[in-house]
Design a protein around this ligand. Sequence first.
Ligand SMILES: [Zn+2]
Length: 653
Amino acid sequence: MSVLSRLPLLSILLSGTALAAPTTAPTAADIHGLLDPLPLTLADTAAVESRCSAIFSLATKAKTALETRTGKAAIASDLTAYDHLSLILSDGSSEMYLISETNPDEKIRAAAEACVQKLAALGTEISLSRPIYDRLSAIPTAGLDTKTAYILNKQLVSYRLAGVDRDEATRAKVAQLQKEIIETGLLFAKNIRDDKGDIPLRPEELKGLPQDYIDAHKPDADGLVHVSYDYPDIFPIFDFASIRDTRRKVLIAFRNRGWPTNETVFKTLLQKRYALAQLLSKPDYATLITADKMIGNPTRAATFIDDVNVAAKPGATKDYDELLAFARTVDPSIDRLEGWDNSYMQNLLRKQKYAVDAEVVRQYFTYDKARQGIFKLVGDLFGADIRPWNTPVWDKSVTAWELYDQGKLVGRFYLDMHPRTGKYNHAAQFPIRTGVTGQQVPVGALICNFPASGPMDHDDVTTFLHEFGHLIHSLYSGKQTYSLQSMSNLQWDFIEAPSQLLEEWTWDYDTLKGFASNAQGQPIPEDLVKKMNAGRQFGEAGRWKGQLAYSAVSLNFYNRAPDFDLATMYDAQISRYSMFPPVPNTHAYASFGHLDGYSAIYYTYVWSKAIALDLFTRFKTSGIRDKATAMQYRKQVLEPGGSVDANVLIQNF
Ligand SMILES: [Zn+2]
C-alpha cells in the first residue's frame, strides 16, 4: 500500500564542467518531444536503450546548461531551468521504473532497470552539483511569493542534506555510495519480485477455503496443490484455512519470501546508508532521512511510536484476551495465539459475535464491480468523470482511462491490477508524468495484484480504494507552476493520509450499495454492512500495534550502526509491539519492500493515519457523502500537491 515516488534526485560534479563553454538549455519543444509520448510498450531491449539514451542526453544537456549559466541568477531563468531538468529526469526515471516492474518480458524489465540506475546516477550528480547549488542559492529571495520561496528553500535544504557543500573528494564518495545504494535497493526489490513461491499442499489441507478458491486451485500431476506467493493465492489461506498447521506452514513460507537471497543484500543496503550518513556528519541514516520530514528526527519518531503504543495497548489487550478465549473454544489445544491464527480466528469470531461471515461478504465483491464502484464514488465526491482512454498498453489485462472535470481533462491513468509472472507483487501507485500547468497533463498507474475474476475480499476493495486515493491525489495536484510543487515533493509522512482517509468509504452503506452485489445481482444487505461496521473495531487496536511493530523495525534498523543480527533485531521489535509473537524461523525483512523505499520512516503510516482521522472529523460532521465538503477537501488538501507545507494543508481544511 504505497506510493512510489520518483527516485531521489541525488549524486558528482563532473570536474571541469563549470569551465566548459555555455550550453543552450533544452527548449520547450525539446521537452515536449521527449515527454509527450508515452513509450510504455517498447518492443525490445534496443528500444529501451535508445529511449534511455534520449532521456539521458536531454537531462545532461539541461544539467550542463544550468551549470554553465552566467550573469545574475533569477527565478524566471534559473529556477525554471532547474525545474525543467528535474521534470525530465523524474518523468524519464518514473517511466523506466514502471517498465522495470511491469513489462511482461524479462529482458525488457532488466534493460529498464539498468536505465533506472543510469538515470539515478545522473540524479546523484545533479544533487551534488556545486554550480547548480550556487545558481539556486544566488537567486534573490526578496519579494518572492510564498509558494515560490517555499520550493526554492526546500531545494536548497535538500542540496545541503545531500552534501553539496562538502569538498570534492567527499562529494565523490557520496556519489559512489548513492549509486551503490540505488543498485542494492533495485536488487532487493527484484529478489522479492522474482520469488514467486511454491508451497505444496495436499488437497485436504485446504479445508475451510471457499469453494471458488478450491475450484481455482486444483492439484497438479503430483497430486499436490501448488500455492504461490501471489496475494490472491495466499491471503485466503490465512483467512479461511481451518487446519492450523496449513496456516502455520504457509505463513512461515511466506515470511521467508526473498530469503536467504536478500539477507546479504539488505545488510549491504544498511551498511551503505549508514556509511552515507556518517560521511554527511549524521550519526545514522534515520537522522538523515527524517531531517526534512514533519517529524524532524528519529527520537521524535521513537517517542511517537511509544506514545501510540501506550494508547493502543488497553484496547488491543482486551481484544486479544477475547480472541484467545474464543480460539480455545474452537481448539482447546491453543495456549497462545500465533501470527497464523490472527485472521482466521478474527473471521470466525466476527462470524459468531457480529454475524459477519467474510466468505459471505466477499460474494458481494468482484474486481470489476469494485472498479465501477470506485469510479462512481470519486465521481460523486469529487466530480471525477472517468472515460476509457484508447492507447497502447503493455499487457492485455491493463486498462487505460482519462479523468475529466467538467469536460476538462485532468489526467490519465493505467490500471494493471492482476498478478503476472515477474510483475511487482504488492500494491502501489506509480507516477509516470508529473503534470505542469499549461505544459503537461499528469499520468499515473496503479499496479496491484487482485483476483482477475470471482469474489474479492472486502480488504482488497479497501486496498484498491486506498491506492486510488494516491492516484487522484497525484492527478488533481498535477497542475502546478513548477514540477517541484507536485505531490511527490510533499512531506513523505503526510503522503498516506489522503488514502487512509478514503478507506473510510468502503465501510459506508450508501457507497457500497451502488456496486456491491452477489452473482445473482442482489445488492449487499444494509443489515450486513451494519454488522460489518459493528465488528470493524474488533482487533483494530491490535492491528495498529502490528503497524507500530513494523515502524519500530524500520526505525531501529536505521537508527544505529548496522552491526546487529537482522533476525534478532526484527524479532525484538515484533515481541515489543505486536500482540503476536515473532513467527519462528522466518526472515520477514527479506521481503519487506518498504525497508528500501521508506527506509527508517515506516512510522509514516501511523502518523498519516492520525492525520486522516483528524481530516475525517469534517466529513463526520457534514456527512460522509457531502459533496461540498469533499470538493473543499479536493481543492484545499489534494490540489495544492507539494506546493505548501503539509501542516498548512491540514490547517486550511
Ligand atoms: Zn499508500
